[in-house]
Design a protein around this ligand. Structure first.
Ligand code: GLU
Length: 580
């Protein structure tokens, strides 16, 4: 297993520097919240799949029943998600896939992140005076569209780990696209809310707002353009997407949009996924493994848990203000490092090993021993062989993404977070699918105080992500797989689910349902209308500023135990787990 190596010892340096708190991007757009009564956990013996929509989970189950691998199931689910949950992910987006291969014992990660076009420059999201554009002005249209990664990722994963024929993976999605499916309540609500923006692209308007009216929940629709796209991919592989008429049409849509982008057919032709070692850090008896840079998710989740490893969270329990003080301040420290360091490793040297090294996390954990909220949470100085002067990127992201987990009968595991960035991405629709707005995950500011911003736009660069598809390992075998959408809140959602399961003994469904609480270096965000509100006063008394908000996570998780599999889906969205 290739890992980023770790070593623990004590030391006490702590570096300050970065101006705190100021988050530059606007507030995340409101997501539709729904009540968080736990869905029951699902148990099975042989295999299981959990995805954000029942039709997608069923497509995965169909592959697994037929003897397919976890990757076969994930691909079939993704093709369906692009149809039934088009606001969150699809062929026009990107994804990170963490994979455990039971036969070889190898854990690896595949980076299918969108990439900036070769003609993109650091001023892509600035006006004539060099000022950052308003967020939504940057999102809608062609400017925000990065080279999609999902088709190439699924093909590459299938070549490595697939068992069923490639063509078979398209069966469920093709049938639904041609014969029709019911618009889910969540999709309908999001279309209604986004109608003014969706209406700006002719193809999106025709599909989502037929006759000018948003599609209603329960209405049955087909998507024949998407069916033709799927058939082209089935017959021609990912090349049918990245070259030829489909590529030309994607480029034309981006360049002719009201807010045109600079994508070219060469950018599409050049796109390649990257296999990377997982970023892992020990936590009690297990190891938390996830996606390294360009995602900040894996490192941040591993850091948060790594800093809490010497605190007895189990004894404190989920209702303890002291437990949440520790978790909240560990999150603040992890976010400070994320802002200071993490970006595409091909452009900015990354101290990944140093950030998850045990001695470093112990040093950071010692900051948490004061009993009250930290006065300030600054980036640390991890061990690193490079020097560099970069300014931090404090932007936060808009939520609109999906997570799926699969365990197959052979023991292979997939944990994949997949996205088109904001809900409905760039709102540009081509051949039945939406194009991403992932480039707005870059910093709009190119420099600050004379230093380049780590996560600024550069040609061919991948924007920093917060996605945190995770597999927890124990003695070299997977024991838990989890992830969530939610922009930079993903980091908190995943860390919470892991703590709830590993320390508080909750099954995946109960762990996902537990109220969300998160500190991203600003106020302590508590999930509105839940029991989290009872912690507002005690946390205030410990020195935190409090903000009540909707926190619409979309966790999917599977626990892998000696007696079988236990899965759960987040009650805040429409996901389910299916197993046999
Ligand atoms: N674009 C975000 C990222 O890569 C994900 C957005 C979301 O989760 O909704 O981190």
């Amino acid at each position: 297993m290739r890992r980023i190596a770790l070593a623990w010892c004590f030391a006490a340096a702590f570096a300050a520097a970065v101006p705190a708190l100021a988050q530059e991007a606007p507030k995340p757009a409101p997501e539709i919240a729904s009540p968080a009564a736990p869905k029951s956990a699902v148990r099975s013996k042989r295999w299981m799949a959990a995805a954000a929509n029942p039709l997608a989970a069923e497509a995965a189950a169909e592959m697994l029943r037929a003897g397919g691998s976890a990757v076969d199931a994930a691909a079939a689910a993704q093709f369906v998600l692009g149809l039934v949950e088009p606001q969150s992910s699809g062929l026009g987006g990107g994804a990170f896939l963490v994979h455990f291969n039971a036969a070889s014992g190898e854990l690896t990660t595949l980076d299918g992140r969108e990439t900036a076009p070769a003609a993109a420059t650091p001023t892509l999201f600035q006006d004539d005076r060099g000022e950052p554009l308003a967020f939504m002005d940057a999102v809608v249209g062609g400017r925000s569209v990065g080279v999609p990664g999902t088709p190439r990722l699924l093909e590459a994963a299938h070549r490595r780990y697939g068992k069923l024929a490639w063509g078979r993976l398209f069966g469920p999605a093709l049938k639904l696209a041609e014969e029709g499916f019911e618009v889910s309540p969540r999709l309908a609500a999001q279309i209604a809310e986004d109608a003014p923006r969706l209406g700006r692209d002719a193809a999106a308007r025709a599909y989502f707002l037929p006759g000018g009216t948003p599609l209603a929940a329960g209405s049955r629709i087909t998507n024949r353009a998407y069916a033709r796209t799927l058939a082209a991919l089935r017959d021609g592989g990912a090349d049918a997407f990245y070259a030829g008429p489909m590529a030309a049409e994607i480029v034309a849509a981006v360049r002719n949009a009201e807010n045109p982008g600079v994508l070219s057919v060469d950018d599409l032709a050049r796109y390649a996924i990257v296999e990377r070692p997982p970023a892992c850090a020990p936590y009690r008896a297990v190891e938390i493994c996830g996606m390294g840079p360009p995602s900040s998710g894996g490192i941040a989740v591993a850091q948060i848990l790594g800093m809490l490893a010497n605190s007895d969270l189990a004894a404190l329990g989920p209702k303890s203000p002291e437990a949440w003080r520790l978790i909240g301040d560990a999150q603040r420290l992890a976010f400070a490092d994320r802002e200071r360091y993490v970006a595409d490793p091909a452009f900015v040297p990354q101290p990944t090993a140093g950030l998850v090294a045990r001695d470093y996390l112990d040093r950071r954990a010692r900051l948490l021993t004061g009993g009250r909220a930290l006065e300030k949470a600054e980036a640390g100085e991890p061990k690193f062989s490079h020097a560099g002067r970069f300014a931090p990127d404090t932007a936060i992201e808009l939520p609109g993404t999906s997570h799926l987990v699969v365990v197959d009968a052979a023991g292979d595991v997939v944990s994949m977070t997949t996205t088109i960035e904001a809900g409905f991405g760039s709102r540009l629709m081509v051949r039945g699918f939406l194009l991403n707005n992932e480039l707005t995950d870059f910093s709009f500011r190119s420099h600050k105080d004379g230093a380049p911003v780590t996560n600024r736009v550069e040609p061919g660069k991948r924007p920093r992500s917060s996605m945190a598809p995770t597999i927890v390992m124990k003695d070299g075998r997977p024991v838990f797989a989890v992830g969530s959408p939610g922009g930079s809140q993903i980091i908190g959602y995943v860390a919470k689910t892991l703590i709830a399961h590993l320390d508080w003994g909750m099954d995946p469904a109960a762990a996902a349902a537990l109220p969300n609480m998160l500190n991203r270096r600003g106020p302590f965000e508590l999930e509105k209308g839940t029991e989290a509100e009872t912690l507002a006063e005690p946390l205030k008394a410990l020195g935190f500023e409090i903000k009540l908000d909707d926190m619409t996570s979309g966790v999917q998780a599977i626990a892998i135990g000696p007696d079988g599999l236990t899965g759960g889906a987040d009650p805040r969205r429409e996901g389910v787990a299916i197993g046999e």
